[in-house]
Design a binder for this molecule. Structure first.
Ligand SMILES: NC(=O)c1ccc[n+]([C@@H]2O[C@H](COP(=O)([O-])OP(=O)(O)OC[C@H]3O[C@@H](n4cnc5c(N)ncnc54)[C@H](O)[C@@H]3O)[C@@H](O)[C@H]2O)c1
Length: 344
């Protein structure tokens, strides 16, 4: 296969709605050359290859990995195909990125992690929220010690934006908002507050056209003694529309860190106040209001390349994502039973 020496030869499976962001981001990463794309709907793969100047197109993922022998495969398909495709990558000894939700259950998730570990191939879940600039800025403020020792955290994603038009499959899922966005916020809670060992969750379905829950409220006990509250809703009617901003409040022994609508990071404490603008840059291919998400796609894909080149484990490796999924499925168990659940 022709390729530029020194560049990683990448491939991508699934040329749908969100893959557009992956493809735009890969094009910005000089160390990577996408050599082929695959979609079982060939017309979609051909359209992506044309738009992004990718030389080869496949309908069959196995044929692509066998013929191309790439350095990595980026799996940007929806949930049902994740386990077969990750296991295929492991069999073919190809490093893999897998979109979220990584798995529909812990058994599948553990099997994928085991398969890649046994094959000695790196595996990263495309868990991009913790790579959003505003959330990285919150992490930096915590590391600066602004809050002292944090004891309370609140992570909020409440909006009324129509996401079903772009992702119609979400309306058909029995599990909706926790599987789609809750896992991002649980991962953010782990990233900012550390591991959680107990969780209580309540859910409701406000929009009766959906099959699954569209609001959820969770209470988490963290191993370090912190308490956090995670709030999700796609049924919230307000103006200005906050989508897709994740808002935050962290209280600590020395001060308070707030991420407010409009990408305003407000840091306060007795006799001190500082405000920072923490909006993400508008990349040439990005569009408001998604630009923060799009920038995070570029950031996580750069991280993947750095990790591959340096032989490091990605921050959101498959093994790391097991902790996020334990909380995700724990939230559903708690909502169903009405009881708090303890993490394994
Ligand atoms: N991280 C985020 O911010 C974010 C945002 C939106 C969507 N997503 C995730 O991205 C994933 C994809 O979502 P989408 O909206 O782009 O879906 P989509 O349905 O628009 O695209 C998926 C594509 O994958 C193809 N495909 C499925 N199985 C395949 C297989 N076995 N082989 C080849 N092609 C196959 C389909 O034909 C389709 O074109 C979902 O898991 C979703 O949760 C993440």
């Amino acid at each position: 296969m022709t390729s530029n020496p020194g560049r990683l030869r990448g491939t991508l499976i699934g040329c749908g709605f969100f893959a557009e962001n992956h493809l735009n981001a890969w094009r910005m990463i000089e160390e990577v050359e996408l050599v082929a794309v695959c979609d079982r709907d060939r017309a979609k793969a051909e359209a992506a290859a044309r738009r992004f100047g990718i030389p080869r197109v496949y309908e069959d993922a196995e044929a692509m990995l066998v013929e191309e022998r790439p350095d990595f495969v980026d799996i940007a398909t929806t949930l049902p195909s994740h386990r077969p495709l990750v296991e295929l990558a492991a069999r073919q000894r190809v490093a893999a990125i897998c979109q979220k939700p990584f798995a529909a259950g812990l058994e599948d998730a553990r099997a994928m992690v085991r398969a890649c570990a046994a094959a000695g191939v790196p595996l990263m879940v495309h868990e991009n929220f913790r790579w959003q600039q505003p959330l990285l800025a919150v992490r930096a403020a915590l590391d600066e010690g602004w809050a002292g020792t944090p004891f309370f955290g609140r992570v909020m994603f409440r909006h009324g934006f129509d996401i079903i038009t772009n992702q119609p499959y979400l309306a058909l899922d029995e599990r909706y908002i926790i599987m789609d966005v809750g896992l991002h916020l649980l991962d953010v809670a782990r990233f900012l507050f550390g591991e959680a060992n107990r969780l209580y969750c309540r859910t409701a379905r406000i929009d009766q056209r959906l099959r699954g829950e569209d609001t959820a409220t969770m209470l988490l006990d963290h191993a370090n003694g912190m308490t956090s509250v995670i709030e999700l809703s796609t049924a919230t009617r307000t103006d200005p529309e906050p989508f897709p901003e994740t808002l935050l409040r962290i209280e600590g022994t020395e001060g308070t860190i707030e991420l407010l609508q409009g990408y305003r990071l407000v840091l306060t404490g007795p006799g001190r106040r500082e405000e920072r603008s923490v909006d993400a840059p508008l990349l040439p291919w990005a569009e408001r209001p998604w630009h923060v998400v799009q920038d995070s796609v570029l950031a996580i894909q750069r991280h993947w390349v750095d990790c591959l080149r340096e032989g490091r484990e990605p921050a959101t490796s498959g093994a790391d994502n097991l902790r996020t999924l334990e909380l995700t499925f724990g939230a559903y168990d708690s909502a169903e039973s009405g009881q708090a659940v303890t993490m394994p």
